[in-house]
Design a protein around this ligand. Sequence first.
Ligand code: ASP
Length: 339
Amino acid sequence: MTMSRRGLIGASAVGAGLLASAARAGEGATTLSKPCVISTWDFGIAANQAAWAVLSKGGRALDAVEAGARIPEQDLKNHSVGRAGYPDRDGHVSLDACIMDEQGNCGSVAALEHIAHPISVARRVMEKTPHVMLVGAGALQFALEQGFPREELLTDESRAAWEAWKKDAKYAPRANSENLDYRQTSGQLGTPGGAGNHDTIGMLALDAAGNISGACTTSGMAWKLRGRVGDSPIIGAGLYVDNEVGGATSTGVGEEVIRNVGSFLVVELMRQGRSPEEACKEAVARILKKKPAARDFQVGFLAINKRGEVGAWAIQKGFSYALCDAGKQDALLPGASFY
Ligand code: ASP
């Protein structure tokens, strides 16, 4: 892992467990050696290590990101990705995921229920069908046809959190309820899209052959309306890869990312010559320019280019991303932010 001077300050601080002081690494370039993998949030560290098991043996970036994304999907302590994800308003665990390879092939599932590994279903959509995206009941039907087991995903812990939320929720359905306040989504979990209610894993890998692939998987915002789909399974919003340029992924309030086609924007800005960090910063700035009130939310972008340069930017402090290459497999850096 080679880094600029600022990046080195950040890396050694992280090594010493001083994440906060690494925040100043915002303007530095972090360059990873090939092969490498990066992903959003601290749970990205374990995910990266699973991806690394593929990459370090000369494996394909696509296989690496699928293997990596499955780690938080199966983690029963992770309430924002996969089987233990918090449910929607009505108690359904409904999952979104997408995957994209170096040839521009992509697959996606949205509002998928009862299947613990949506990232693998998304890959099957990509490889076995002429389509890009399947949703809801159709996505479930396809997954079952493909042999994925149907499971009850709502864990006791997630159910308890949902029951607690419902007590005061302003838009939980009740008999004869009127004037439901649909603006209140994840209330007591803290900043929408932020650390208390995080989050999606977005993962990008550059393999030994120099090819980039990406994966993104989430249970979306806790207590969302049934059928709500965020940015994560939307190619161009939650994830985008262009093997000539690089890849980008996002986390946070998906509605803001969709409005700005965020990950596609980041990749296009890199194509025009911006560094990954500059591109992520500009994409976040675009969100805030269009909607200044978004400063109360969290959105973070993470990007890598073909040279292995990595960058990130978020609306608020608190975003972090995990990095892994031959030099270090468990690095975690804070995303630079405007606020
Ligand atoms: N981006 C995800 C969504 O909007 C959630 C998150 O990353 O917090 O569904």
